[in-house]
Design a protein around this ligand. Structure first.
Ligand SMILES: Nc1ncnc2c1ncn2[C@@H]1O[C@H](COP(=O)(O)OP(=O)(O)OP(=O)(O)O)[C@@H](O)[C@H]1O
Ligand SMILES: [Mg+2]
Length: 261
């Protein structure tokens, strides 16, 4: 499955979702009994997902797949990470240059990789961490995806950001990726308050059953686990199993739906 995490507003839990979904995927088994493997494509020049995963090398990465001259095939830039079963196509700040020099061929690179099955036999799932802006690099990611999770905080601007991301995804779907579906809206770092509850209610009205339940609760050890210790929630602290279970549930729903097809 090609799954993406995107948002319309920064700090919405998008990278956290990408990493936790990747980890959740590796806990599931393929029909041959082996654990599923994942390739994380880090499309954000901020490189947070890359930093957490600690790839074996960062010399080459997604910027080389999108390069205007002599681009590398995607499978050649996926490198092993500290997380078993997870590879990453590393990002770097040089990826930001692609916003200016990306060619139409480059924009279609991830879509071609999916359609031609370039990663078959290498990874079972691809998880794309999309950048915040709605530029050409995001379009490259959205053109490749089958399933998009939109992450948001339960704030007014968070909800507006999610809506903007929905419009962007719909625009890209109609222009060049008819397979793209919104897998759901994830409320990240949710804390009960009157205002958060009100916004959650408004999001329910707007997004219907695509607003995923439950929201992911705010736990201060989440940033500690991922950012400081580079460790998925489930392995870091018993308190975070609740958080890991929610992302597992979101991944499982998608995989089980796909398997039933
Ligand atoms: N459930 C949670 N509880 C507490 N903090 C969280 C939770 N989920 C995410 N965070 C923290 O919120 C911050 C933003 O999350 P994250 O980096 O995943 O969002 P993002 O949308 O990728 O941000 P950016 O716009 O920088 O790419 C991070 O410090 C992260 O650790
Ligand atoms: Mg991020």
């Amino acid at each position: 499955m090609w799954i993406g995490t995107g948002k319309g507003k920064g700090g919405a839990g998008c990278t956290t979702a990408a990493l936790e979904l990747a980890y959740a995927a590796t806990r599931r088994r393929r029909p041959d009994g082996k654990r599923r493997t994942v390739g994380v494509l880090d499309l954000d020049p901020q490189s947070n997902a890359t930093d957490v995963l600690e790839p074996a090398s960062r010399r080459i990465g997604i910027k080389d797949v999108l390069a205007p001259n002599d681009p590398l095939p995607l499978r050649e830039v996926l490198v092993p990470t500290m997380w078993p079963g997870v590879m990453v196509a590393p990002s770097s700040r040089f990826l930001a240059n692609r916003e200016a020099d990306l060619t139409p061929d480059g924009i279609g690179a991830l879509r071609r990789a999916r359609i031609t099955g370039e990663l078959d036999g290498l990874v079972d799932d691809v998880i794309v961490d999309l950048p915040k802006d709605v530029g050409k690099i995001s379009a490259t990611g959205l053109l490749g995806l089958e399933h998009l999770f939109i992450t948001a905080r339960a704030t007014l601007w968070g909800a507006q950001g999610a809506e903007e991301m929905r419009f962007t995804a719909q625009r890209i779907a109609s222009k060049g990726n008819p397979e793209l579906r919104i897998a759901g809206y994830i409320i990240a770092a949710y804390e009960d308050s009157d205002d958060a509850e009100r916004v959650k209610g408004e999001m329910q009205t707007r997004f219907g059953e695509l607003l995923l339940d439950p929201p992911v609760p705010r736990r201060s050890r989440v940033p500690e686990a991922l950012e400081s210790y580079h460790t998925p929630c489930r392995e870091f602290d018993n308190e975070l199993i609740e958080v890991a279970d929610i992302y597992q549930q979101f991944y499982d729903r998608l995989l089980d739906d796909e398997t039933r097809k």
